[in-house]
Ligand binder design. Sequence first.
Ligand SMILES: [Zn+2]
Length: 436
Amino acid sequence: MKIRRLLRTVLSFVLVAAINVGIVTSYAPVSASSNMTEQEIRDEIDRIEKENADRKEEIDRIDGAIGDTKEEQDKIALMLGEQKNEVDYYNNLVYYKNEDIRAKQSEIDKKNQEIAQLDDKLAKTDADIKAAEKENKENLEKFAQIIRTMYTSGNSDVFGVLSGATDFYQLMVSSEIVGNITEKNYEFMNQLKADIKQLEADKNTYETDKRTLEEKRTALEADKQMLEGEKAELVTLQDEAQSKADGYQADYDKYQGILNDLQYDQDNLQYLVDVGESEIEAFEEQLKQMIIDKTEDGTTLQEGDWIWPVPGFSYISCYFGWDYYFGRYHKGIDIGDWGIFGSNIYATKGGTVIIAEDWYIPGYSYGKYVTVDHGGGYTSTYAHMDTVNVYVGQVVEKGDVLGTVGNTGFSTGPHLHFEIRIDGEPLDPFNYVEIY
Ligand SMILES: [Zn+2]
């Protein structure tokens, strides 16, 4: 986190600096081109090249950070995947547990329904029993009335019967007064008696059945209770798995946020690099035009071969072409042997001096340098000189001393930067000169 914050600070500084400069330089070639000297343009190119080199370094560094972050994110993605599987696993278990609970509940519901039906039957049976008993009682009261009538009319036998009777039925069946009752009424009462017995038997059966059902329901409810308990445990595990998955997801998202930021920063830097490169291209075009303007028209290349500008020195510290070290296109060759400082620089070919630059900004560009027009659009340039011994317009012969090797401008040690161009377009000097 600390490194990250540092990176952000550095990046924002680089970006702000780059954006500020970007605005200035993107207008400079257009508005100030006529006021800028060749040297100033070269300085500007140098400056942009250096900035771009820093930006590219930063882009590479961000590449590394993106790689590292992605690696971390991948690890989390792996854990997240596993965690999601675990969540799915518990979701499944909870789902099936819920199914079991539902099935159990529907069994309980069914039992409740059956119990309710039995309750209805019991209520109906109770009502039937009560109705039959009521009817029976009414009939018995009628008999009692008859008996009372018989008693008041002087039939003493009634009391004998009554004293041995256990209930009114007994009385009815055993009494002589039965004779006074019509056969139809007797049978009706017998039927009532039987009905009540049957109803009570039914009621008992129903009650037994109900008890059995209630026992089953209680067992089912216990089962359900157990299932609910199991479910609760599963839900706890499910919640734990989910919150763990959420944690991984949050981590994953956090890394994605960092990646997005890094990508954003990198894109910005790349954009600035692209802008810088197009600026350099525009400046280079201007430089080419300046050289073309300075070279004389309608001339032909001087005859004869090209000579090595620093005889006795042959160590090439940087060749023509793409320079990986500085991340730029190297438009000439660098000759940088030990002890080269102060050595004479000789004109590679005869011609007219068109640039003899003595003014420079330390650390930037060519430093002190000389350009010679050899005719036919060909020029040669000698940069980072310590002393300049010629002047603009001076005609020089092949092998004339132009000055001495130095370390001026953008140079990390004494060396000669040597260029050959045609119409301002750099060529590989080794296509023309040979070391000796
Ligand atoms: Zn060079």
